[in-house]
Design a protein around this ligand. Structure first.
Ligand code: GLA
Length: 723
C-alpha cells in the first residue's frame, strides 16, 4: 500500500511517501522545497513505525575535514548539492546554468507509486520522477524526465535515471560481464572506497557490461541474506555505478550514457531517461530474481503470448549456415516435425545476394538464386507438417556490398573523415531517420504479408562504433528509441507474430527490449556446459521462458567440445527449448533421446514457463536450480555435474521452494538410461527412476537427498509432485 498520511489536505505538504510490500518497504523524503531522497528502503516495517523516528535515528553530523554539515543525498545527485565525490547529473547552457539544485515542488501520489515533480528555478529546469512500487512483489521502477524551461538550449552531458542509497553492509557487488558466446558471466567483487563503474559504449545492451547488478552482504547466498537488485531496462549505451562515499554512505546509480552533444534540449524540450527496475530481498539472491521474473511476466510480456505455450523451435543456422537448399531444408523440417518440433525458423541466408556474411544485408527480398519459386513452397511444407514458420532479419544493418547501401550510402551511421571500424563486414543504418524506418517496415511487412509467418528472429550484429547521423551529431540514444518504435510498428501491424531479439547471441537481452518483443536469444554458444553457466547468469534478471535454449550438435561449433545428447537436451529443456543441429547427420540413437526430451519439455512446459525459479547453492562442481509451481504442487530440479569432484560423493541436495507441510513423490526423470556407478545409490534404493518415493516437503528441503556419484558433464532432472 502507499501511505499518504502526512499529506495535509489543501496545503500540498507531503513530507514522506511510504510504500509497503509483504517483504519490503520504501519511504521517500519528499518535503516541498527540499531535495527528493530515499529515507528508508529495505526489510518490511510494521505500519506502527513512525517515519519521524526513522529520521531521528538517521541524523548525521558534520566533521573535520569535510563540510560542517552533513550533505543531503538526492535521487539526482546534482552538482548544487555540493558533494565532493560523485555527481549523477551534468548539464549546462554554453557553460552556464550547470550548478542545478532541485527542490521538490509537487507530489502526486498514485495507487502504487507517485509522480514527484522537482524544479530548479535558478537553472530553469524541471525534473520529474515517475515511481512505481508493486505492492505485491516489492518491485520498484523509476523513470526521470528532465525538461528545459529556459530560453536557450541545454546540453545534457550526463543524467543518471536515479541514484539510490543502499546500506553500508552491502559489501559485495555482483556484476555481469562476458563476450560473444560467454554472456552473463557473474563477477562478485568487494566494494572498495570510491567508484565501481561499468560503461557500455557499444550502442547495444552489450556482452561486456550487462545493465544489471546486485548488492549483497558478504554472507548473502542464493537462499539467505539481504540483497538489492538493479536493472536498467534499456538496450543502448549505459553507465552503472556504485559509489562508496568517504562519509560512509553508498549510492548505486544507473543511467543512459550520453555521447557529447547527443542530448541538446531546445527550450521546452525534455529528455526521458530509461527505467530502472529494482528490488530488495531479505531471503537471498534467488528471491530478487523471482521478483524480476514476475515483473517481466506481468508487466512486459503480452498476456496473449503468455497464454500460448511456447513452441519448441528448430533453427537452421548451425545445420546449414548460408548453404540454403530447398530440398535439404524440407528434409530437415520433416525430421524436426517427426521428433516433436513445433516451429521451424529459417535463419540468415534466404534473401538478396546473401550467400555469405559479406554481402546482401539490407536487401530484404527473397533470393531467387536459392528459392527460385520463392519461400512459398518451404513455408507450405513447414506449415503442412503442423509447424509454425519463422524468419531471420537483421533490419538495422547493411553490407556495403548490397543494393540498399549502393542506393542509399547516406543512410549509414558514421563520422565524416573517420573510417568505419570493420565489424562482420557490415554497417549500421540510421534507423532514427523516418525514410530508413519506413523502408525497413515496408520490407518486413511485405514478407510477413506474403508468407504464413508467425515468428521473427530480429538480429543485430555489430557495435555502433561511430554512431554519427547526417548532421554529425551522435544518434546512439535515438537509435534505441527508433528500434523500439520499429518493433512496435511491426507488432501492431502483425500482432500474431512473435519477435525474438538476438544480437551476436545475447548482447541485447534486457527488460527494455522485452517490452517490445517476446523472447531473447541467450547466446551463440550451444555448448551445454557453458550454457549451464550462461543460462544461470541470465536467470538473475530474466525468466526461463524468454531465454532461447537450443540443443546444439554433438561437437559444439564454438568450443569444439563433445557432449552427450543427455547433457545437451537436459540443459535446453529447462528454458524455451529449441534445436540447432543437423538432424540429417546426428546419430539415430541420439535423435531418440532428443525426441523424448522434447516430449518431456512439452509435458512440463507449463510448470517450467510459469513457475518460480530457485537457483540453489551447491559445491562448485555442480550447478543446480529448480522451478516450483506457484501453488507448490509440483517442481522440477536440475542438477548438472559440471566438473570432476575430489570428494567420493557430492553433498546432499536440498529441494528449495517446496511446501514443508506437504507430502511429495520424488522421481528422477532424466536421464532415462542412468547407470549407477559401483553400488546402488539412493536413486536405485528408492526406485526414483521408477515409481519414486514419497517424502515430506520439509525433509526434502532441509535434510535433502544424498546425490549419487555421477560422471562429470551429466545432468539429473528430478520431478517432485504433491500427493
Ligand atoms: C548472429 C546470431 C546467430 C545467427 C547469425 C546469422 O551471429 O547470433 O544466431 O543468427 O547471426 O548470421
Amino acid at each position: 500500500m502507499s501511505d499518504a498520511r502526512h499529506l495535509r489536505q489543501g496545503e500540498n505538504i507531503l513530507r514522506h511517501i511510504r510504500f509497503d510490500a509483504p517483504d519490503s518497504c520504501l519511504i521517500l523524503a519528499c518535503a516541498k522545497g527540499a531535495p527528493l531522497s530515499v529515507l528508508y528502503w529495505g526489510a518490511a516495517l510494521p505500519l506502527s513505525v513512525d517515519v519521524a523516528a526513522l529520521e531521528c535515528l538517521s541524523v548525521r553530523q558534520g566533521m573535520h575535514g569535510v563540510a560542517d554539515v552533513s550533505l543531503p543525498l538526492s535521487l539526482a545527485m546534482e552538482p548544487g548539492l555540493g558533494h565532493p565525490m560523485f555527481h549523477g547529473f551534468a548539464a549546462h547552457r554554453e557553460g552556464k546554468d550547470w550548478g542545478s539544485l532541485f527542490e521538490v515542488g509537487k507530489v502526486v501520489p498514485r495507487d502504487q507509486g507517485a509522480k514527484i515533480i522537482c524544479r530548479d528555478e535558478r537553472t530553469r529546469l524541471g525534473l520529474e520522477y515517475d515511481i512505481d512500487f508493486d505492492v505485491s512483489s516489492g518491485v520498484l521502477r523509476i523513470r526521470s524526465t528532465l525538461t528545459n524551461y529556459g530560453p536557450t538550449p541545454l546540453d545534457v552531458n550526463d543524467m543518471m535515471t536515479a541514484c539510490l542509497p543502499v546500506p553500508e553492509r552491502m559489501t559485495d557487488i555482483i556484476g555481469f560481464t562476458g563476450r560473444w558466446t560467454q554472456e552473463f558471466t557473474q563477477e562478485r567483487v568487494k566494494r572498495g572506497a570510491g567508484s565501481y563503474l561499468r560503461e557500455n559504449r557499444s550502442g547495444r545492451t552489450s556482452h561486456f557490461s550487462y545493465p544489471g547488478m546486485l548488492l549483497a552482504t558478504a554472507h548473502t547466498n542464493e537462499s539467505a541474506g539481504e540483497a538489492y537488485g538493479f536493472h536498467q531496462a534499456f538496450s543502448g549505451n549505459h553507465r552503472i555505478r556504485v559509489d562508496s562515499l568517504t562519509d560512509g554512505r553508498v549510492l548505486t546509480s544507473m543511467g543512459a550514457l550520453l555521447l557529447p552533444g547527443e542530448m541538446r534540449l531546445a527550450p521546452g524540450e525534455f529528455y526521458a531517461s530509461p527505467e530502472i527496475v529494482a528490488a530488495y530481498s531479505g531471503a537471498g539472491l534467488s528471491a530478487i530474481s523471482r521478483k524480476f521474473h514476475d515483473h517481466v511476466r506481468t508487466k512486459l510480456l503480452r498476456p496473449e503470448m503468455r497464454a500460448k505455450p511456447r513452441p519448441v523451435h528448430y533453427n537452421t543456422w548451425e545445420a546449414v549456415y548460408f548453404d540454403h537448399d530447398v530440398a535439404k531444408l524440407k528434409e530437415l523440417a520433416t525430421r524436426a516435425a517427426d521428433i516433436g518440433v513445433e516451429r521451424f525458423v529459417l535463419d540468415d541466408g534466404w534473401f538478396g545476394g546473401r550467400r555469405n556474411d559479406q554481402v546482401g544485408l539490407g536487401d530484404w527480398t527473397v533470393s531467387r538464386d536459392v528459392y527460385p519459386d520463392g519461400l512459398g513452397p518451404l513455408v507450405e511444407h513447414v506449415t503442412g507438417l503442423g509447424m509454425e514458420f519463422g524468419l531471420w532479419f537483421e533490419p538495422e544493418m547493411v553490407n556495403p556490398d548490397s543494393d540498399l547501401c549502393r542506393a542509399h550510402p547516406d543512410w549509414v551511421l558514421g563520422l565524416e573523415g573517420v573510417e568505419q571500424i570493420p565489424f562482420r563486414s557490415q554497417l549500421a543504418l540510421d534507423i532514427s531517420r523516418p525514410e530508413v524506418a519506413d523502408y525497413l517496415f515496408n520490407a518486413i511487412d511485405a514478407i510477413l504479408r506474403d508468407h504464413d509467418t508467425s515468428y521473427i528472429k530480429w538480429d543485430m550484429n555489430r557495435d555502433l562504433s561511430h554512431p554519427g547521423g547526417t548532421s554529425g551529431t551522435p544518434r546512439a540514444f535515438a537509435q534505441v528509441q527508433a528500434l523500439y518504435d520499429l518493433l512496435d510498428r511491426v507488432r501492431s501491424a502483425h500482432p500474431n507474430v512473435e519477435i525474438e531479439i538476438c544480437s551476436s547471441g545475447g548482447a541485447r537481452a534486457d527488460m527494455g527490449v522485452l517490452a517490445h518483443s517476446d523472447r531473447v536469444w541467450t547466446s551463440d554458444s550451444n555448448d551445454a556446459l557453458d550454457r549451464q553457466v550462461i543460462q544461470r547468469g541470465a536467470s538473475f534478471f530474466l525468466p526461463p521462458e524468454v531465454l532461447g535454449c537450443h540443443v546444439g550438435p554433438a561437437k559444439c561449433h564454438v568450443t569444439g567440445r563433445r557432449l552427450s545428447m543427455d547433457m545437451r537436451a537436459a540443459t535446453a529443456l529447462m528454458g524455451h527449448m529449441g534445436l540447432e543441429l543437423n538432424l540429417l547427420t546426428e546419430r539415430a540413437a541420439d535423435l531418440d533421446v532428443l525426441k523424448y526430451a522434447i516430449y518431456l519439455h512439452k509435458k512440463h512446459r507449463a510448470l517450467l514457463h510459469n513457475g518460480d525459479q530457485y537457483r540453489l547453492d551447491t559445491a562448485p562442481q555442480l550447478l543446480a536450480s529448480g522451478v516450483v509451481a506457484r501453488d507448490k504442487f509440483e517442481a522440477i530440479y536440475s542438477v548438472a555435474y559440471v566438473a570432476s569432484d575430489a570428494r567420493v560423493l557430492p553433498g546432499r541436495f536440498k529441494f528449495d521452494g517446496l511446501d514443508p507441510e506437504r507430502q511429495y513423490r520424488l522421481q528422477l526423470i532424466w536421464p532415462t538410461n542412468r547407470q549407477a556407478i559401483k553400488g546402488p545409490s539412493a536413486i536405485e534404493t528408492l526406485n526414483l527412476t521408477g515409481e519414486g518415493a514419497v517424502f515430506n516437503g520439509a525433509a526434502l528441503m532441509h535434510n535433502g537427498l544424498q546425490l549419487p556419484n555421477a560422471f562429470p558433464e551429466t545432468c539429473l532432472l528430478f520431478y517432485v509432485a504433491a500427493i
